[in-house]
Write a protein that binds this ligand. Structure first.
Ligand SMILES: C[S@@+](CC[C@H](N)C(=O)[O-])C[C@H]1O[C@@H](n2cnc3c(N)ncnc32)[C@H](O)[C@@H]1O
Length: 495
């Protein structure tokens, strides 16, 4: 472990776990998978003036459908999982049928088998779920870990959630299923302030049991002023609401206070924390602050990008050391990503020039542009627009002509064409014919109005050229913190 490096993986956690994470190498796993809530979470990009832009991009789809992939996961869980899991999956198929819930459970089952494999003997796992999937996931964990290794069904209660109305009691909690791998597990008692004034009995731990402590002179049981008590299994921690200082703009972001409690309870300094569905990196950032080592995995490039920024913003004085695995680092890996998923390639390529996605392409909206950049020539000056087109396949001059048309239609000041394959001469000529943009600040500097950049050139450090005094951040900035500091004051954390 001496040559340990924290790792951020861009990819499907099943593949990453199987290929990269060794058996019994992790002390604590926290996972917060999409809940099969049939929602598609969009990240809204804030406009420069702070208002919300119409441009949305799918961060991730919280939808699991029965299909070939689900059938394959089901088959693997039955054939290669523990025997009890096989029995359970077959029973669930009989009960639920081959529907979307079963698809979700099959996908989760194969991943949980892998997570159990990578957990150290003294390790713990917390599976974060909602009340719909909770009963099924609990059965699956019972089958994989064994019922005797189930510690708690922790209720995360967030009373600050705005009521949604409807003919049911408003949902105000999630469940954290807490399991350990063996009986010898790491557990650090978490004490929280008591809500009442008064005294409490003094106890001490003997052979794992709490027994009363007596005053040697009076023989009476000792009492002390109550200030704190061990945390129970209902955790009152406010959820991140839109005005929250912690909020970065990633859907489903969890409060740091929640992760703080889990990580302190079930790991030690230097221990390895794994979050296989890490989203915008709450577990990663808290692990770093609490001086744990960490591994984060996410399927969405947006999440990886955001975590990198969050780590840099949170620890400006001591930037964390980590490696990013799975992001294209050369032409070959960029080609592989383009082949694997064209949309992901597009989003990744847009990042290289700091463009935001123009539309939710998955929804088949306007295909003519992929990304947009807004810039100001000087602070407080008017915003100018650059449109960006990304191509991973064959390219030709017709696409440059099309981009010029889009420039006129979108009233863009400049355009950028990013291509994986080298442009042809007619393409370069067509781009050159678009002429120049002349800046006012600094006055009279000329920039090609339509710039073609290849992925190879971008890897080599070539930049899109325009007269910007700064590039605006898309996501909110995380507040700086010091490592090893005590837990943050956490918004209404009473229980
Ligand atoms: C509910 S969010 C996690 C939010 C996170 N706890 C936070 O505080 O930001 C679930 C995340 O899982 C990711 N995801 C979904 N399926 C995945 C998979 N198969 N492998 C890796 N990540 C996945 C999604 O991209 C999304 O970012």
């Amino acid at each position: 472990m001496d040559h340990w490096r924290n790792q951020l993986f861009f990819g499907d956690n099943l593949e990453v776990l199987r290929r990269h994470i060794p058996v019994e190498s992790v002390d604590l796993i926290y996972l917060d998978p999409p809940f099969n809530s049939n929602a598609t979470y969009n990240v809204l990009f804030a406009e420069q003036n702070g208002s919300k832009s119409g441009a949305q991009i799918t961060a991730f789809e919280d939808t699991w459908h029965w299909g070939l992939e689900a059938e394959q996961a089901f088959d693997e869980a039955v054939r290669f999982g523990p025997r009890k899991l096989a029995d359970l999956m077959v029973a669930l198929r009989g009960f639920l049928g081959a529907n979307d819930m079963l698809a979700y459970l099959a996908m989760m089952a194969v991943r949980l088998v892998e997570l159990h494999r990578v957990l150290k003997a003294a390790g713990s796992l917390y599976l974060h779920c909602d009340s719909m999937a909770h009963p099924y996931l609990r059965l699956i964990l019972d089958a994989i870990f064994g019922t005797r290794y189930r510690r708690n069904d922790i209720v995360w209660w967030y009373p600050n959630k705005l009521p949604t109305g409807g003919r049911l009691f408003d949902r105000q909690h999630d469940i954290l299923l807490y399991y350990v791998k063996t009986n010898v597990f790491t557990y650090n008692e978490i004490r929280i302030p008591t809500e009442y004034e008064g005294t409490q009995l003094v106890t001490k731990k003997v052979s794992g049991k709490r027994i009363p402590v007596y005053d040697p002179e009076t023989g009476k049981q000792l009492r002390v002023q109550a200030t704190d008590k061990p945390a129970g299994d209902v955790w009152r921690i406010n959820m991140i609401h839109p005005q929250s200082k912690e909020r970065l703009g990633y859907p489903t972001q969890k409060p740091e206070a929640l992760l703080d409690r889990i990580i302190r309870a079930s790991s030690r300094e230097g221990g390895v924390v794994l979050d296989p569905f890490c989203g915008c990196g709450t577990a990663v950032v808290v692990a770093e602050r609490l001086k744990r080592r960490w591994i984060g995995i996410d399927l969405t490039h947006l999440a990886i990008k955001l975590i990198k920024k969050r780590l840099a913003d949170t620890f400006p004085a001591e930037p964390p050391v980590y490696e990013v695995v799975g992001e294209p680092v050369d032409l070959k890996s960029a080609e592989a990503l383009a082949q694997q998923d064209r949309h992901k390639f597009e989003w990744w390529a847009l990042d290289l020039v700091d463009a935001r996605p123009a539309r939710d392409k998955k929804k088949g909206a306007d295909q003519s542009i992929d990304g947009v950049i807004y810039f100001q020539e000087k602070e407080g000056g008017p915003y100018r627009k650059i449109i960006v087109q990304v191509k991973s396949g064959k390219v030709g001059a017709a696409q440059i002509v099309e981009l010029k048309g889009a420039m006129a239609r979108e009233e863009a000041d400049l355009a950028c064409f990013i291509t994986l394959t080298p442009p042809t001469r007619p393409m370069r000529e067509e781009a050159a014919a678009a002429g120049f943009y002349e800046s006012e600040h600094p006055p009279g500097v000329r920039f090609a109005r339509l710039q073609i950049l290849t992925i190879a050139e971008l890897f080599a450090g070539k930049k899109l050229e325009y007269p910007s005094w700064s590039i605006q951040a898309t996501f909110r900035k995380a507040a700086p913190k010091r490592k090893g500091t005590p837990p943050e004051e956490n918004q209404g954390n009473l229980l």
